[in-house]
Write a protein of this length. Sequence first.
Length: 274
Amino acid sequence: MMGTLQHSTAAGPPAPNPGATAPGRVEPKLKISRLNFFYGAFQALHHVELEIAANRITALIGPSGCGKSTFLRVLNRMHETVRGARVSGEVLLDNEDALAMDVSRLRRRVGMVFQKPNPFPKSIFDNVAYGLRVNGLKGSAHLKEAVEHSLRRAALWDEVKDKLHKSAYDLSGGQQQRLCIARGLAVDPEVLLLDEPSSALDPIATAKIEELVFHLKENCTIVIVTHNMQQAARIADDTGFFLLGKLIEFDKTETIFKNPAKKETEDYITGRFG
């Protein structure tokens, strides 16, 4: 059942959070200011301040329950299905208020792929075509071309081109996840949010997802939540460390892993906790 979202731009003064904006950024794709989020009386995010640069991969790391996935869901308002959800602060997408934007328009611009592959109970073709049809694309030739383009972008076309009308459930777990990415890419989003997209996959499928994500940033801004710090180090340009609902530190990935500014970050990366 659809919950009632409460949104207010009023918020208390932001907590000091040095390093929350990676250096050298101009005109960020996403700018998050004074962001607080509540599930009922429980505050899950505290005064998050963050700028996400266009055409880069931003990784969010931190222990379970630290607010990473909640933050990701706020970016395209997936949290609005939760009863009692309440958000304050500001999320700007190209300087537009994402929290006030028409939600369908926002989700066309900001797509999301979840931890567990969730293909629709349809054919491979119809999974990718779903969003295109919802957004008014008509004509079988145009649909076929768009579906092929999306499957190629998701590095899946060569594996499925001869079985497009078979069930998506016939695919392996890694293929299903790339199909979900293709479905998300079909409407040509400007930002793609990935919530632990390879956590349930084997190393070979994980490597394919990582290679895919690395190439997607040429045309799309990527934000990925991961528990795998090696994955963040391999693919991310920038990395943010969350702890207890707070963004502790944000910087270039190399800096976060080799010379973090905060002791909490260093403790987490070196395995002292988490």
